[in-house]
Design a protein around this ligand. Structure first.
Ligand code: ZN
Length: 236
């Protein structure tokens, strides 16, 4: 399985706290969680040539993980077009935390993806679909403290599945782990992961990301989606 971890990598350049918590940047840290015998992990960042994304890279990617926050607008539309094409043809896509406002997520959802937010809160995550592949080995409930509060209403189309729900100590609730399919591609959005908190150090969060990569990995990718006008097979 081949995974590409894409990270904006800008907070890391201006806030020492971020690299203190995530040595090697968020991309480096998340790649380290995933790197095992049967998973080949590469990373790419916004400041790489063409954001580190082109046809050759995506052809070799089964699952793309996306973390972005303050520079979503700097991702060229051509890159978004390309990622969308590969998702529709089967590539898995996992969007973490503030990737809810990434161009690619908004493109695939077709909505604003707006939500409520507030810095620093205590979050209790609930696993509400324990039989789902992404929830295997994950506790029924666990706490992330601190985490940024993301609250409903979350302007997304109805998910195929809601696997995790978040509750925050301000009283807000959030659909923290949701799936969709677009074309042949599987998509998972997961809310924890603010850059100055330690959510990716949490064992449950790590298990969820590892499970999500396996769940989103296509059996077959680069499946063209044609629009044919065939002759009938039967003449009855
Ligand atoms: Zn955040």
């Amino acid at each position: 399985m081949k995974v590409l971890v894409w990270n904006e990598n800008r907070h890391e350049k201006i806030e020492p706290k971020v690299t203190e918590i995530y040595p090697g940047g968020l991309h480096g840290y998340i790649a380290g969680i995933l790197r095992t015998d049967d998973i080949e992990v590469k990373t790419a960042t916004l400041d790489d040539e063409n954001c580190g994304i082109n046809e050759d890279v995506l052809k070799e990617t089964d699952v793309l993980i996306w973390w972005g926050h303050m520079c979503h607008g700097e991702v060229p539309d051509e890159v978004v077009d390309l990622v969308q094409k590969y998702v529709l043809e089967g590539m898995g896509l996992i969007l973490l935390h503030s990737a809810h406002h990434s161009k690619i997520f908004k493109r695939l959802m077709g909505t604003t993806c707006n939500l409520k937010w507030r810095d620093r809160a205590r979050e209790r995550v609930w696993t509400i679909k324990p039989n789902h592949p992404i929830a295997q080995g994950v506790d029924e409930t666990f706490v992330i403290d601190p985490e940024e509060m993301y609250g409903e209403p979350f302007d997304i189309p109805n998910p195929d599945e809601i696997i995790f729900m978040g509750w925050f100590n301000g009283g807000e609730v959030f659909r923290s782990g949701c799936t969709w399919t677009r074309g042949h591609g599987k998509i998972f959005y997961f809310q924890p992961g603010h850059e100055t908190n330690r959510a990716f150090h949490n064992k449950n969060v790590q298990t969820i990301i590892k499970n999500a990569v396996r769940w989103a990995c296509p059996l077959k990718k680069n499946i063209e989606i044609p629009c044919p006008n065939p002759e009938p097979l039967e003449n009855v």
